[in-house]
Design a protein around this ligand. Sequence first.
Ligand SMILES: Nc1ncnc2c1ncn2[C@@H]1O[C@H](COP(=O)(O)OP(=O)(O)O)[C@@H](O)[C@H]1O
Ligand SMILES: [Mg+2]
Length: 381
Amino acid sequence: MPSEDAAPRLDVDQILADPGVRIVVCCGAGGVGKTTTAAALALRAAEQHGRRTVVLTIDPARRLAQSLGLTELDNTPRQVKGIDVEASGGELHAMMLDMKRTFDDVVLQHTDPAKAAEIFANPFYQAMSSTFAGTQEYMAMEKLGQLHARGEWDLIVVDTPPSRSALDFLDAPARLSRFLDGRMLRLLLAPARTGGRSMFTFVTAGFGMFSKVVQKVLGAQLLTDLSGFVAALDSMFGGFRQRAEQTYRILQARETAFLLVAAPESDAVREAAYFAGRLREERMPLAGLVLNRVHRPVVELDAAASLAAAERLVELGGHEVTVDVLRAHAALARQAVRERQVAARFTEAFPLVPAVSVTAQPADVHDVDGLRTIGAAISRP
Ligand SMILES: Nc1ncnc2c1ncn2[C@@H]1O[C@H](COP(=O)(O)OP(=O)(O)O)[C@@H](O)[C@H]1O
Ligand SMILES: [Mg+2]
């Protein structure tokens, strides 16, 4: 029977200990354990490998965030206290992405305060900075670029947004560019790009030509808002694109290791396979697959044998609890077989990608001890 065991074993400790690895990106479908894995690996890098580590979490569960000392009001890394780094000399810093604050910071960095205030007040900006599809993915890239540029950490571990599709993270810069490049926006911006006069004059002049038509469709106020937004964004246009491209190149570099996280379920494994293909296309370094929340029976007894033993015991009028245990074991053994079959689909498609399995814990992982357990499980499955 093919199984994930057929893949080369992923050695996470080797990655975490390698000084040449500066960025680890955890990606995969929603709910598979990306945030947990990212936090667990960062903790392990600090405690076991003495690295000065920062973890960028996107949507940590409330209790996990609290146990890392994170609050929603924060958009910068804070050192995590109370971890075991005395022997290793490492450090763990953690932060939680605040999408809107990150966007605001970008605006503030690239415009003067008066113009920034104008942008913040614009309804288009307000909508885009808090709800535009892809903004969170884009801002995660932006934040990664910022952390990398600060050069303060040996290792940056990145969690990725809970996108419907894991591919959204890679598509974000292109999508933002497409938005900024949109037909209507291009029309608005076209005069400004060729002429030397002030942006405002040109946008206003540009409007004259087709605003009557558009006004009927969009409404006058909306159009004024949009023109203001576009005019303001234009000053940052180059900056956005340039930084997105920079981050893209960092993601392609040897200092980066992508880890795909998947649960042993069809959808998650399919998503992981898509993503692996995509990384290959983009020439981004895929280090391996973390198969999270797998079920493994503690004893080597297959489902059929276990059920047969249960039936025999019933016939003999044996102990009821033992019968129940045998039946429960049979169910677990069956699930383990199913999970292996699902995981094998990935390994068949990407036989050279190293993989490791992490056993499902009896409860959610919401504190440092839990993260340590996961980190150890990833390293010594
Ligand atoms: N190996 C595991 N065993 C048990 N629970 C887990 C495991 N990995 C993750 N979890 C739990 O699953 C839930 C989803 O994990 P999370 O890391 O938030 O997923 P994602 O970031 O991919 O959406 C959390 O409640 C987390 O505590
Ligand atoms: Mg998450």
